[in-house]
Design a protein around this ligand. Structure first.
Ligand code: ADP
Length: 293
């Protein structure tokens, strides 16, 4: 509950938190958020910090997944969340749940999302706070965030309310990202994600060759496949442009903190998953889990 209240407070008074985070982070954040207000005089940052943050030993992992649309953040974040027993929280899913509801926000969100634009920090933080509150009420500890933070301001707000242990930055060449987004399908009944694209991109102009098998649905999902309204080529290209403008600076924010783990996807899940587990030192964890299954 406390984390949720802090997140809501931080969103409401973004300036104070931003300035506090900036004091800790040094000059990079200052360059990226010139509009933030200065911290109030006498703000007891260090004391408040000690009181409110749980040490990593007292809780589960708090990780963030970054990467362009279509890179596979959701796929790898949800696999890791099952392996580590922590919730996978994707802000894109929270937005789509809201879109599917009859709530007052739905129409406003549809217009923004279908153009590939970012939802306002205020709305996204409200949705995330609600999700965290629900989790805290159910005794959840730790998280893997996917799709948040997407702007430096969101990263500063998050930084002001909790500690992020590690940030995994998934990377893939842009032509492949577009193909993958266009191949995405969702089962309208079970909600699972699939991909009908068979990627076979040649290595050229310094780009690595990439082969990715399609991720086809089982027979019972086949006739219920739908495509996201924001996965048209025009909107995907707009989302990639917005990612480069708004979200790529978030990589710099975490690189400066020494928390960024860069991971170039070597191919599809069969090639990438074992390599990712290796760089995360989690191979033993998976063996234990498989042995227990
Ligand atoms: P992507 O495939 O681009 O990674 P997501 O499923 O993460 O897509 O998000 C879908 C849409 O939801 C985004 O294009 C954006 O409109 C909105 N959205 C999700 N997360 C955020 C965020 N942290 N800040 C602003 N908008 C967001």
């Amino acid at each position: 509950m406390a984390a949720v209240q802090r997140l809501l407070r931080a969103a409401a008074s973004g300036g104070a938190v931003t300035a506090a985070a900036r004091r800790r982070m040094g000059s990079l954040a200052a360059e990226q958020a010139p509009s933030a207000a200065p911290a109030p005089k006498g703000f007891p940052f260090a004391a408040e910090e000690r009181m409110r943050r749980r040490s990593a030993a007292e809780r589960n992992v708090q990780w963030v997944f970054l990467g362009c649309p279509g890179v596979g953040k959701g796929t790898y974040a949800s696999r890791l969340s099952r392996l580590l027993g922590v919730p996978h929280i994707a802000t894109g899913d929270l937005v789509r749940d809201e879109l599917a509801s009859t709530g007052p926000l739905a129409a406003q969100l549809a217009e923004i999302v279908n153009q590939g634009k970012l939802v306002s920090d205020e709305i996204i933080i409200n949705l995330l706070s609600k999700r965290l509150k629900k989790g805290e009420d159910q005794g959840e500890s730790g998280f893997i965030l996917d799709g948040f933070p997407r702007t430096v301001k969101q990263a500063e707000i998050l930084d002001g309310v909790t500690d992020i242990d590690m940030v995994v930055n998934l990377k893939l060449r842009e032509d492949v990202l577009v193909e993958k987004c266009l191949g995405r399908r969702i089962c309208s009944q079970c909600g699972k994600n699939f991909n009908v694209a068979c990627i076979d991109a040649k290595g050229e102009n310094g780009l690595p060759a990439i082969y990715m098998e399609p991720l086809l649905p089982p027979n019972n999902c086949m006739s219920k496949m739908i495509t996201r309204a924001d996965d048209t080529e025009e909107v995907v290209r707009n989302r990639l442009r917005i990612y480069n403008d708004m979200s790529q600076p978030v990589e710099g924010f975490y690189r400066e903190q020494g928390k960024l783990l860069e991971f170039d996807l070597p191919g599809g899940i069969p090639e990438s998953w074992p390599k990712l587990l290796h760089v995360l030192n989690l191979e033993d964890q998976e063996e234990l889990k498989l042995a227990a299954a």
